[in-house]
Design a protein around this ligand. Structure first.
Ligand code: 2AM
Length: 543
């Protein structure tokens, strides 16, 4: 290990100055902040253990910056279908390019975060791990791929990595920071606050094809605070009817403890390749083993299906412990906060679209949105925590213009921005470009928005209702029509925001923005967009 050898050499020399601290570079790639938070916690731990650590964001550097890194810990999230976090994309392109710099002399370890329900689980971490080795760097620990419940395995990985990097450390002086629980009694994912539901009502008309609810949570007594742009995590419960169906299919009907665990603790709606493989191993059924082993057949089976479909297609009696062991831990669901504490005080507002669809012959409901829409009542409490979203904040200069582009519940953080601007009287120009299905049913927060237009908190609005005319009209069509005004705002120093659907909308909006900025020169447009992102003037919160 480069760092340790150097330290030993120094110590052996008789009149040498104190051994130089072992250098450690912690490089993260984050979309929603998990990798960033881990990197910062790891840095604190490393400092306490006597390393000289620094934290780098992949969004801010090029691969050449790693040539000087002696010991490198990479903490990388994967996003969407095996993609890198958006702001890390230029770094990843450069790392994978043929002219990437040689990294001999660098030792590294990769901690990958992901979601095992995606086929390309932890793909970004895997790519980095393979590429660093190909560029001549030396792997000092096998990569760890973490699922949504990453906190404990990630903390253990970092702990043993640091221990192996500094075996010479005096054990008595090592303070192990358990960053899994370092927050102590603070409200966190592991220790949520029971927030009372102060208000819950639809903000779409009863004839809307996409019901959206406005939820107000009382934070009194929690000590919680948030900034506009931050997100709120809800620990949901599963539908009791779905839990009962699973108990029936696995021969556990009537087992009250198993039922409780399914409702409160286990993820009973996500079918992963691992679940199929584990169920095959548990039951020894040949057809299941064949399905688990055949990637194409497995992917086709998983599409639109959930664990219940698997248990019904391959019925076996299993015990409660085995059932719990097959299912992931139920993860929280995150929503952009739709309020500013400067206006609402000890409260947080959310806009929640009810997810309801049919697949593989069965009606399905989103876990959290289904719970909120069907079972939650005013006066109930809900376990919640706040997750900061430092990359989706209002500009520091409150006189700078902002352009807010959003579709559907993508309006939520803009309501927070506008409440903040109302409360502070900030002078920056505000322009909202909002898209949804129908003007009469789906104009979320219409009355408030009209009031803001009247009072001047909101200076300009453009609407794109997609289903009010034969041809689809989307936010990117508005952007294109209003490209001259957009360019003018950018020239004035505007920051652009984009919130809403990642797959279709964000991709199309990006393409339109690149077209506006680069004309027919696609590369020029992309470069201009990348430059805006790098300057913090194009911020996305897409899901
Ligand atoms: P649609 O469902 O009528 O196609 C919020 O969901 C809004 O985003 C809806 O008006 C929806 O339109 C629209 N939407 C769907 N696909 C989109 C895309 N590729 N770009 C922009 N908006 C889109």
């Amino acid at each position: 290990l480069a760092g340790i050898d150097a330290a030993k050499g120094d110590a052996a020399a008789p009149a040498a100055p104190p051994a130089a601290k072992t250098k450690l570079t912690i490089l993260f790639a984050t979309e929603s902040g998990n990798s960033e938070a881990l990197a910062n916690a790891a840095k604190k731990d490393a400092q306490k253990r006597g390393f000289a650590p620094r934290v780098l964001d992949m969004a801010d550097i090029a691969p050449a910056a790693l040539a000087e890194a002696e010991n490198l810990l990479v903490i990388a999230s994967t996003w969407g279908e095996g993609e890198a976090p958006q702001r890390a994309a230029p770094f990843m392109r450069a790392l994978l390019a043929e002219d990437a710099p040689a990294l001999e002399g660098v030792t590294f370890a990769v901690l990958a975060l992901g979601d095992s329900s995606y086929a390309q689980f932890c793909e970004t971490g895997k790519q980095i791990d393979a590429r660093l080795e190909a560029l001549g760097a030396r792997r000092i620990a096998p990569r760890l791929d973490c699922d949504l419940d990453y906190e404990a395995p990630a903390a253990n990985f970092i702990d043993s990595l640091f221990t192996s990097l500094a075996p010479q450390a005096d054990a008595g002086s090592v303070i192990h920071v358990d960053f899994h629980r370092a927050e102590g009694v603070e409200i966190s994912k592991a220790n949520p606050f029971e927030a009372e539901v102060a208000a819950l009502h639809p903000i779409t008309s009863s004839r809307s094809e996409s019901e959206t609810l406005h939820l107000e949570l009382d934070l009194t007594g929690s000590g919680l605070s948030y900034e506009p742009g931050d997100t709120l995590g809800i620990a949901p419960t599963n539908a009791p009817s779905l839990a009962d169906a699973i108990l029936g299919a696995t021969g556990l009907a009537g087992d009250a403890a198993a039922r409780e665990a399914l409702i409160r603790e286990r993820d009973i709606t996500t079918l992963t390749p691992k679940l199929i493989a584990d169920y095959a191993a548990l039951t020894g059924e040949a057809k299941l083993a064949a399905l688990a082993a055949d990637e194409a057949a497995r992917t086709a089976f998983i599409a639109g299906r959930q664990p219940l479909d698997l248990f019904e297609a391959f019925p076996h009696r299993i015990d409660a412990g085995q059932l719990a062991g097959l299912l992931r831990k139920l993860p929280p669901r995150y929503y952009s906060i739709a309020s500013s504490q400067k206006l609402v005080g000890d409260a947080a507002h959310l806009a929640i679209a009810k997810v309801a669809y049919e697949s593989a012959g069965r009606a399905r409901l989103g876990v959290a949105s289904g719970m909120v829409a069907e079972r939650l009542r005013e006066g109930d409490t809900l376990p919640i925590h706040i997750k900061a979203n430092p990359h989706f904040r209002l500009p520091e200069d409150s006189s700078a213009p902002i352009v807010m582009i959003g579709a559907g519940t993508g309006i939520a953080p803009y309501r927070a921005f506008l409440q903040e601007r109302e409360a502070t009287g900030a002078s920056g120009r505000t322009w909202l470009i909002f898209g949804h299905r129908r003007f009469t049913h789906d104009f979320l927060y219409q009355l408030e928005i009209q009031d803001w237009l009247k009072s001047g908190v909101l200076n300009e609005i453009d609407l794109a209702f997609s289903r009010d005319q034969p041809e689809k009209r989307y936010v990117q069509h508005v952007l294109w029509e209003r490209r001259a005004a957009l360019q003018a705002q950018l020239a004035e120093g505007a920051t652009l925001y984009l919130c809403g659907d990642a797959k279709a909308m964000a991709r199309d909006v990006d393409a339109t923005l690149a077209h506006i900025l680069g004309g027919d020169d696609a590369a020029k447009g992309q470069a201009a967009l990348d430059a805006l992102i790098a300057a913090g003037r194009y911020k996305k919160d897409v899901y």
